[in-house]
Ligand binder design. Sequence first.
Ligand SMILES: [Zn+2]
Length: 573
Amino acid sequence: MATGTTIIKAKSIITMDPGNPRAEALAFDASTGEILAVGTVEACTAAAPTATVTDLGDTVVLPGFVEPHSHPVQSGLVTQAPCHWIAPYVGYPTWADVTAFFATLDAKTPAGEPLMFNGLDRLLQGAAAPTAVSLDEFFPTRPVIILDNSGHLAYFNTALIKLQGWDTKAPADPVGGSYGRLADGSLDGQAFELPAVMEAALPILGKGVPHPLHSAAKWYRLMATHGITSTSDMTYDDTFLKAYEALASAEDCPLRISLYQVSTSEVAGQKLTTANPDRVRKQGIKLWADGSPWIGNAALSFPYLDSPVVRAAGIPLGPAGISVMNYTKDELDAVIDKHAPEGWQMSFHCNGDAALDVVLDVYERGLKKHNLLGTDHRWRIEHLGACHKEQFERAAALGVEASMGPFQFIYWGDLLDGQMFPSEIGSQWQAIGDAFDAGLEVSFHNDGSVTPPNVLLNIQSTITRTTSSGTVHGANQKVTLDQALRAETINGARQLFVDDKYGSLEVGKIADLVELSADPYEMNPMTLATDVSVLGTWLGGRKVDLDAFDAQIQAIDPDPHADLAAAGPPACC
Ligand SMILES: [Zn+2]
């Protein structure tokens, strides 16, 4: 462990502290990371007279990025080998690209060895819903399962049905899930909702992921390479605790994790003591209002357009309204009444405008009943795809926090605007400008494996309102670079209740840092994400060595963590 003090000097330090926005140097305690001075080299030297000055040259330093809504361990399981990530934005933009990969992989994989894929997006990839029969064309003999990117669906072939013994006796539908069936009751190769998805995937997950902790570590590494130093698990279950503790115990662990336990867990309200609370801590309770706009179970007050894209994806036109909500208002009120007195922060998955009206009713009632209105409760709402300004104003008045997903607009925006919805709705999807105007200090997220955790792309896309094709939709929803940087640093830290330590660089806080190759304020906004690169991160005043982290995980963890395999993919947006 390093001792003494350190001073770093950079081309510029963007502190995210409005009272002292720019500095050239930072002094901190080398063992704790506590910041001693932020300012000129002279001021830092006065605060840390024995420190040597490390000159980072042309590097621009910011507080480490904060993604307040992720699913790190599960994302590792479903995106890293031996699972294959086939999402449109990781190299498979069309169904033809996916099937070409199927052929390549089938040819080089030993006969009979099962395969698992994650990230199929029927809307973006233009894929008809796979069935056992259609998958058998690609995989006639080996068991195969494909997880839909939404996390709510899976598709499997006849060899998997046989592996499960379901060819002789079809299973009953599990509670909370169901299987697609042919007229005679036999399975057609589709599983709906997590209980069925998990039951179908279990024999492959159990055999196919020999070392889940290493998969999780790879996801940590991916987040760190995008400059992230703090994040959360929004579908935490105690099954994951051992993994989070093991990852945190590595000296070069690059991430701090705040845990939000799913409200349906019997132990959701229990306090959690961890070995390293600066790196793993429980923060709140996660609730669900509705589902995903990509498969038609977001609670929207308006219908989809009757278009080829919507029809091909098999999305019911709706409007779905609150009929697709996962819980009744009474059930949600009961969750709040159970856990609000325990002091937990609430966090609600909510995409649809009809769902948000219900969530705000639930929050308003709960905040009043438990005397929390006007206090620093920071109850959160996640995603907010189809929500609008009057709703944001109501949320702001209640003291509610918004974490939004620019990724919905970045990757689906070209379809949302004019193909899925009329332009007046689709161009305004993820109305981030309106949310800031309503007084919300928004944070951004990529939602675990739903989309890659590319912070700089979020910034570029929200300040230019361009999608992945470079097209502008809803220019009125642009935000400023100041707002986008706040969304990726201090706002996320505040929503995680860790802004007393992280999210800005101020005396007394901790030196969690990201090093950038250039100053975002000096770049062309349209190409910021490619013109600026992340050079590295620091955690607690120590530069993170990701290769060392990998080695530490290999060394400390001979345990295969087979129990984790039963946890499966996150069911999020
Ligand atoms: Zn999520």
